[in-house]
Design a protein around this ligand. Structure first.
Ligand SMILES: O=C(O)CCC(=O)C(=O)O
Ligand SMILES: [Fe+2]
Length: 356
């Protein structure tokens, strides 16, 4: 295994700050304290509810609780695992492409269409299944690269912490909406198989000042809630919130606004399953990733995402609650989460997922 000195790509201590220029207009997001949510601070609970009904994105201050510290420290350690994996030859990485209608494994750069003209993305990512990381090696459902196996306890710890943070927020939202919190917890049991994964993304340094490349195309996340850690700019959100699911391009007029990385904080955003559960009361914000701005663009960009998703065999439907407008699908047999996520991913132009 290479020594620490050989890791040269993920060097957050060297990154210049996000440019302070009106050219790079950024979005104002609320900052919520994880500690206050754990303490059931009602003002903080109201604030998180408002943020999730609005844009569906907020910063989460991770300082204090053990789960927060695990994410803070663990994200950097996972990025180092990612740097080692991304440095492997392409043939080696392609041994881990997704199978079985799942999104776990490696996606090479260019595997996703970014627009109707068929232009392609230019970031690679690797998705590591939560379930395989939290069970003994002989029970795992697929092979993993040696450097992921070497860091399995780290992935297990990270997945459990991110999942618990996501569930804490969802519990607050359920109570605010009068949804029985058990309807949410039973659909997100950590030990049950789900599409949850840690995603390590690497985007290459920017080629030109005009930055025409798209690292991750315009999308809303498919799952319930996402815990994102990044160190360089590049993430953008669409200025207007929209609750329509699926389209590649924003369907309401607006503009892309930068989301400044904030040290010590995760960026939390809701996904389409949260919209579905609440019949559109909660919002899954549309976002994309382009190369980092100005001087920051000289570095390859790493991000570490954890997607909390409903368990494979639960029903994806509107839940009952006094704050949830009734919907047609409330009492009928609904589609199962695994199938629903597969179709959402296909609809986004992913060509690297397979139904075999
Ligand atoms: O890299 C980022 O900052 C965001 C990535 C993202 O939106 C995703 O992987 O769904
Ligand atoms: Fe995303």
């Amino acid at each position: 295994m290479p020594h620490r000195e050989e890791l040269t790509e993920f060097t957050p201590e060297q990154y210049p700050p996000f440019p302070d220029s009106p050219e790079f207009s950024s979005v104002q997001l609320e900052t919520i304290s994880l500690q206050k949510l754990i303490d059931h601070d009602t003002t903080e609970e109201d604030r998180v509810f408002e943020a999730c009904k609005g844009r569906g994105f907020f910063y989460l201050d991770l300082a204090g609780p053990e789960s927060g510290e695990t994410i803070l420290k663990g994200a950097g350690e996972i990025a180092q695992v990612g740097e080692r994996f991304m440095a492997l030859p392409t043939d080696e990485k392609m041994r881990f492409t997704p199978k079985n209608k799942e999104l776990f494994g490696y996606k090479m750069s260019g595997a996703t269409k970014v627009d109707a003209d068929g232009n392609r993305d230019n970031a690679e990512f690797f998705n590591i299944s939560k379930n395989d990381m939290i069970i003994p090696n002989d029970k795992m459902l697929r092979p993993w690269p040696q450097n992921v196996m070497d860091a399995k306890p780290l992935f297990a710890r990270y997945s459990k912490s991110a999942h618990s943070i996501g569930m804490l927020v969802m519990d607050v939202l359920a109570r605010q909406l009068g949804i029985d919190p058990e309807e949410i917890t039973s659909r997100h049991k950590i030990e049950e198989h789900a599409g949850d994964h840690v995603r390590i993304t690497r985007g290459p340094p920017r080629k030109t000042i005009e930055m025409p490349e798209i690292q991750t195309p315009s999308h809303t996340d498919f799952g319930t809630i996402t815990v994102l850690m990044n160190w360089l700019g590049g993430l953008q959100v669409w200025s207007e919130s929209s609750r329509k699911l699926g389209a590649l391009e924003p369907d309401v007029p607006g503009e892309w606004l930068w989301v400044k990385p904030k040290r010590g904080h995760a960026i939390i955003n809701l996904g389409d399953a949260a919209v579905k559960f609440t019949n559109g009361v909660l919002c899954s914000g549309r976002h994309r990733v382009i190369p980092s701005p100005a001087e920051q663009g000289k570095w390859p960009r790493y991000s570490i995402v954890y997607f909390v998703r409903p368990v494979d065999h639960c029903k994806l439907k509107t839940l009952k609650g006094k704050g949830v407008p009734p919907a047609d699908d409330m009492d009928e047999e609904a589609v199962e989460a695994k199938e629903w996520i597969y179709h959402q991913a296909k609809g986004l132009g992913s060509t690297n997922i397979d139904d075999k």
